[in-house]
Design a protein around this ligand. Structure first.
Ligand code: NAD
Length: 477
């Protein structure tokens, strides 16, 4: 009987292995097809790129309701949040890229050394080839399509692997890609971590990854194997500091608006607030008033799944601070009421990792030196928020730490302006994208020199060298 069981297990294992092998071959096949298509030169044609962007734009417009519905099913996002941060944001980016791409792609003329003359030198943007995009669940459609827009505009092909955790959006993206593109231009591969790992075993010309810092390190390791360039858009703990000189009522509204958008599941949301001791009570009172005044319990997204809901509840149970909360949690639908933790200490557990949920710890500081010391003890974040009207204080604090972006007297605006590069530094990642920056990120700059055949013959450096050497020394000084 034991032998029969062993045979059964072995044959199951070999079926599993064969299945793995087949899926691997299928993925490899997609990349081969895309590489062949890329090498045919078709993606270099401006019209091909614009045409792909137009198809994407039309699809989004015609499927707006489906898109909003998918986000509602995955995260219970309020419609206005989905509309602004996913649908409208993407349409704006497509519009900008379509209108500017020809200008951005125009080779940039640069000066020439006198001894190259007559000659023309320029810098041209060249596509990399096949790009792997791995996206997360928190803005599941925006963070899959925004890098795709850049990749297509830059003349690449794309293999997209959306997050498996936001399954309705994953389904939407699969349908979108299959209906808008031929697989040699854009393909989608769905599945979980094991699928992402298999995909990363293969060779690409560029990798664009958005997600946690921990997984970012794994992705960087795979990229290094083939010396593949990459952009890593990662997470972190984004501080929000409030000075004595700040307009407290404005600060309260804007901090809470950024923190509770998408229930705090935004990579560049303010993670915690550090407020000057003199204005702490005023800020807590103002935040409490905003919290009580706004119907967050009816109009806030839910937590993506039970795992993250449990993680956040566990974090709360370890927090010694009293809490000020509005509404009630609803475990069955992973809804977590927004709350402030106004008596948090810098050493509390909630001040250690990225929160990524609707919990706002508030800590205090006495002077900018003490605050700087605390801020510098964290890894570099994606965003940094400063509320103050004292210009010198703003200047001083903005230089106190490195961060991907800074926003003064508001939250999140630096991540929503397509004219600004978006990305992290240190543990929050490397590389930039959005609008023109995205096209730059997914291209490499090729230096081109075109010399005239009528340039003087003596500039062609050939042995015997002595005469040329004397002449060059005289000319160059
Ligand atoms: P995640 O890292 O768990 O997953 C992101 C993607 O990576 C998914 O598609 C997933 O399938 C894949 N993945 C997971 N484990 C993998 C592995 N071992 N190997 C290869 N691929 C793997 O991240 P998440 O939980 O989806 O997203 C939350 C994190 O992402 C937060 O830290 C947040 O700050 C960060 N984030 C950053 C940005 C940014 O623009 N910088 C944007 C959104 C989210």
């Amino acid at each position: 009987m034991a032998i029969v069981d062993d045979i059964m297990v072995l044959s199951m294992m070999s079926i599993g292995l064969a299945f793995d092998l087949i899926t691997m071959v299928v993925k490899d096949e997609i990349i081969l097809k895309q590489r062949r298509y890329f090498k045919s030169g078709q993606t270099r044609d401006l019209e091909v790129r614009l045409d792909a962007l137009r198809r994407l734009e039309i699809y989004l417009i015609e499927h707006q309701e489906e898109l909003l519905g998918a986000l509602d099913r995955d995260l219970g996002k309020p419609r206005v949040e989905s509309y602004l941060s996913e649908y409208f944001f993407l349409l704006q980016e497509i519009k900008l890229v379509k209108a500017s791409l020809k200008k951005w792609l125009k080779p940039r003329r640069v000066k020439n050394p006198i001894y190259f003359q007559p000659c023309k030198s320029m810098v041209a943007l060249e596509p990399f080839g096949v790009i792997l995009i791995i996206s997360p669940w928190n803005y599941p459609i925006q963070l899959a399509i925004s890098p795709m827009i850049a990749a297509i505009a830059a003349g690449n092909t794309v293999v997209l692997k959306p997050s498996e955790l936001s399954s309705a959006s994953e389904g939407f993206l699969k349908k979108l890609v299959e209906e808008c593109f031929e697989p040699e231009q854009v393909a989608v591969v769905t599945g979980g971590v094991e699928v992402a790992e298999e995909l990363l075993e293969l060779r690409y010309d560029f990798i664009f990854y958005t997600g946690s810092t921990e997984v970012g390190r794994v992705v960087a390791g795979h990229a290094a194997k083939h010396l593949t360039p990459a952009v890593l858009e990662l997470g972190g703990k984004c501080p929000c500091v409030v000075d004595r000189s700040a307009n407290i009522d404005v600060a309260a509204r804007r901090i809470l608006s950024g923190k509770f958008f998408n229930a705090g599941q935004t990579c560049f949301a303010p993670d915690f607030v550090a407020v000057h001791r003199d204005v702490k009570d005023a800020l807590v009172t103002a935040c409490e008033a905003v919290l009580k005044d706004v119907p967050w319990d009816r109009e806030m997204a839910q937590i993506i799944n039970g795992h993250h809901y449990g993680r956040l509840q566990h974090l709360l149970s370890s927090a010694p601070s009293r809490e000020i909360k509005q509404g009630a949690d609803a475990a069955t639908r992973h809804f977590m009421a927004p709350r402030l933790l106004p008596d948090t200490q810098w050493s509390d557990e909630v001040m250690k990792g990225e929160i990524f949920g609707p919990i706002l710890p508030i800590v205090t500081f006495d002077d900018s030196e003490q605050l700087t010391e605390h801020l510098q003890s964290y890894e570099s974040p994606l965003a940094y928020y400063i509320f103050a009207e004292d210009k010198q204080w703003v200047e001083k604090m903005s230089r106190s730490i490195a961060s991907g972006g800074v926003c003064i007297n508001d939250t999140m605006k630096q991540g929503s302006n397509l004219e600004l590069p978006f990305g992290g530094v240190g543990d929050s990642g490397y590389g930039r994208y959005r609008g023109r920056e995205g096209v730059l990120a997914m291209s490499y700059q090729r230096g081109i020199v075109q010399r005239s055949v009528r340039a003087p013959k003596f500039m062609d450096i050939l042995p015997p060298y002595e005469k040329a050497y004397q002449w060059i020394k005289r000319m160059m000084g």
